[in-house]
Design a protein around this ligand. Structure first.
Ligand SMILES: Nc1ncnc2c1ncn2[C@@H]1O[C@H](COP(=O)(O)OP(=O)(O)OP(=O)(O)O)[C@@H](O)[C@H]1O
Ligand SMILES: [Mg+2]
Length: 268
C-alpha cells in the first residue's frame, strides 16, 4: 500500500472577499483514518470543505493541498470528484425536476467512466455501468443503508426532510466509492435513529484505502463513528489535536474552557 498521504494540507490560508478565514491550517489524512474536525461556529470548517471541493468563491492566498502528493488547485471541481474526492455538504442544493435516481446515475456514471478510462490506460479492466447494472447496484446500496426504495424517484433534495437529505448523501457516497470523503455536519438535524443509520452507513462504507474527514459539532456522532484523530479548529487554524478523548473533554469544558486551557498553556 502507498505511504503517500491521501490528503496533505500545509499552511493553508484562504480568503473570501478580502477577509481571511483560514489562517495557516495543517492537516494530514492517511489511508484507513477517520478524522473528526470540530470547532465553534464560524471557525472555518465549511470553508475548508468548500476549498477542497474547488468552490470558486474562495481564494487560496498561501499554502498547499495535495491529494496523493499532487497539487489539487489545478483541478476543476469535477476532476476532483472523478479522482475520488467526495464532499457531503452542510446545506445540500435543491435541483428542481431532477430525480435522485437520475442525478445519481449521471454523477456515478461520470465518475465510474473516468475511472474505467484511467484503469484501462494502466492496463486495468474496469468497465462503465450499464443502466441495468446501475439499478442493481443502487438497490443493493439502498438496502445496505436501510434507505427506502421510493427515495430513488423523489426529486433531489426537494421536499426532503433534513434527515432524508443526509441519507441521500450517504447513498451518493456509497455509489461513488470515494477515496477521500469530507462530510460537513452530516449529523445536523438528524434524529437519533437517522443518526445511527448515517453513522452505520459511514462505518460500512469505510475501506482500508480510504480516508474520512468528519466535520461535526457533537460528541454524540463520535459514539457511533469512532475517529482515530480529533482536531479542534478555532479562528481558521487547528489549535488542538488528539484522540477520541479530546471530543469528550470538549463536551465537558466547552470551547470557552478549551480556549482558557490553551491560553494558560501558552503563557506557561
Ligand atoms: N461567502 C462568504 N462571504 C463572506 N463571509 C463568509 C462567506 N463564507 C464564509 N464566510 C465567513 O467565514 C467564516 C467561517 O465560515 P464557515 O462556514 O467556514 O464556518 P464553520 O466553521 O463551518 O461554522 P459552522 O459551525 O457554523 O458551520 C465565518 O465568519 C463566515 O461568516
Ligand atoms: Mg459549517
Amino acid at each position: 500500500m502507498s505511504t503517500v498521504p491521501i490528503l496533505e494540507i500545509e499552511n493553508l490560508h484562504v480568503s473570501i472577499e478580502d477577509k481571511e478565514i483560514l489562517k495557516g491550517l495543517n492537516l494530514t489524512v492517511n489511508a484507513g483514518e477517520i478524522h473528526a474536525l470540530m470547532g465553534p461556529n464560524g471557525s472555518g470548517k465549511s470553508t475548508l470543505a468548500y476549498v477542497i471541493a474547488g468552490h470558486p468563491s474562495y481564494e487560496v492566498t498561501e499554502g498547499s493541498i495535495r491529494y496523493f502528493g499532487e497539487d489539487i488547485f489545478e483541478w476543476s471541481p469535477d476532476e476532483r470528484a472523478r479522482k475520488g474526492i467526495f464532499l457531503a455538504f452542510q446545506y445540500p442544493t435543491v435541483i428542481p425536476g431532477v430525480s435522485m435516481a437520475n442525478f445519481l446515475r449521471m454523477a456515478v456514471t461520470n465518475v465510474r467512466n473516468a475511472r474505467a478510462e484511467a484503469a484501462a490506460t494502466d492496463g486495468g479492466s474496469a468497465q462503465p455501468f450499464t443502466p441495468r447494472e446501475f439499478r442493481k447496484l443502487m438497490r443493493e446500496k439502498m438496502a445496505q443503508l436501510k434507505i427506502d426504495e421510493s427515495f430513488a424517484n423523489r426529486y433531489l433534495n426537494e421536499g426532503f426532510s433534513g434527515g432524508e437529505k443526509k441519507r441521500a448523501e450517504i447513498l451518493q457516497m456509497a455509489l461513488l466509492e470515494p477515496t477521500l470523503a469530507i462530510m460537513d455536519e452530516t449529523d445536523s438535524g438528524l434524529d437519533i435513529d437517522a443518526l445511527r443509520v448515517v453513522a452505520e452507513g459511514v462505518n460500512s462504507l469505510m475501506r482500508p484505502d480510504m480516508g474520512v474527514v468528519l466535520i461535526t459539532h457533537y460528541q454524540r456522532m463520535l459514539n457511533f463513528i469512532k475517529p482515530h484523530f480529533v482536531h479542534i479548529m478555532m479562528d481558521g487554524r487547528i489549535v488542538q489535536q488528539g484522540g477520541p478523548e479530546l471530543a469528550l473533554e470538549l463536551e465537558e469544558k466547552g470551547y470557552e474552557g478549551l480556549r482558557a486551557a490553551l491560553a494558560a498553556g501558552a503563557q506557561s
